[in-house]
Design a protein around this ligand. Structure first.
Ligand SMILES: Nc1ncnc2c1ncn2[C@@H]1O[C@H](COP(=O)(O)OP(=O)(O)OP(=O)(O)O)[C@@H](O)[C@H]1O
Ligand SMILES: O=C(O)C1=C[C@@H](O)[C@@H](O)[C@H](O)C1
Ligand SMILES: [Mg+2]
Length: 170
């Protein structure tokens, strides 16, 4: 597959803006947008916190892997994967082999300002102190270190992030 037709996958910590940016990017590039978290919710027909509650994280992760493995084989999509997807090496390898992987990076200071927007819908954050969240944030950095392109999102609005991606991929 040529690089031009490869699907684009956005990775990064929860709340960094993968879904928001992917949607806008798909409009600009006139490509179909697929959000893996949304696809998982459609499969179970309940929101992610309920999937975690009823079936446990393992069932969620298995479905995440099954969907990403299938969807990343398709061409010309814009795919937003969940913040924990790259915990699984199989997912990481599928994405890096078949797609252009873009890592959205944010500092913990900037990320903290978004916490109130996401806390209710991200089970992985629930019940954690801010220090524990910082620990998870730092630990997760390692799983995102393999990618094709990195974009710094601190102090940028979604439009600015999209424009930077467009400059680098076109
Ligand atoms: N560049 C930005 N500046 C300010 N707020 C933003 C920016 N990008 C996204 N947001 C806001 O932050 C929140 C989280 O964004 P989004 O849902 O796109 O994150 P995500 O990376 O897809 O998270 P997850 O991995 O949990 O799916 C949303 O309320 C969104 O409006
Ligand atoms: O970082 C994570 O582990 C997660 C991020 C979200 O996108 C969802 O995929 C889910 O809430 C788990
Ligand atoms: Mg998302």
């Amino acid at each position: 597959m040529s690089n031009k037709n490869k699907s684009i996958v956005l990775i990064g910590f929860m709340g960094v803006g993968k879904t928001t940016v992917s949607k806008r990017l798909s409009e600009k590039l006139n490509r179909e947008f697929i959000d893996i978290d949304e696809e998982i919710e459609k499969e179970f027909n309940i929101p992610i916190p309920e999937i975690f509650q009823k079936f446990g994280e393992k069932v969620f992760r298995d479905k995440e892997k099954e969907l990403i493995t299938r969807i990343t084989k398709q061409e010309s999509k814009i795919i937003s994967v969940g913040g924990g997807a790259f915990l699984q090496n199989d997912i990481k390898n599928e994405c890096l082999t078949n797609c252009t992987v873009i890592y959205l990076n944010i500092s913990f200071e900037n990320w903290k300002d978004r916490l109130s927007l996401i806390i209710d819908s991200r089970p992985v954050l629930q019940g954690k102190t801010i220090e524990e969240m910082e620990g998870l944030f730092n630990k997760r950095k390692a799983i995102y270190s393999d990618h094709h392109l990195q974009i710094e999102v601190d102090h940028k609005n979604p439009e600015e992030v999209v424009n930077e991606i467009l400059l680098k991929v076109e």
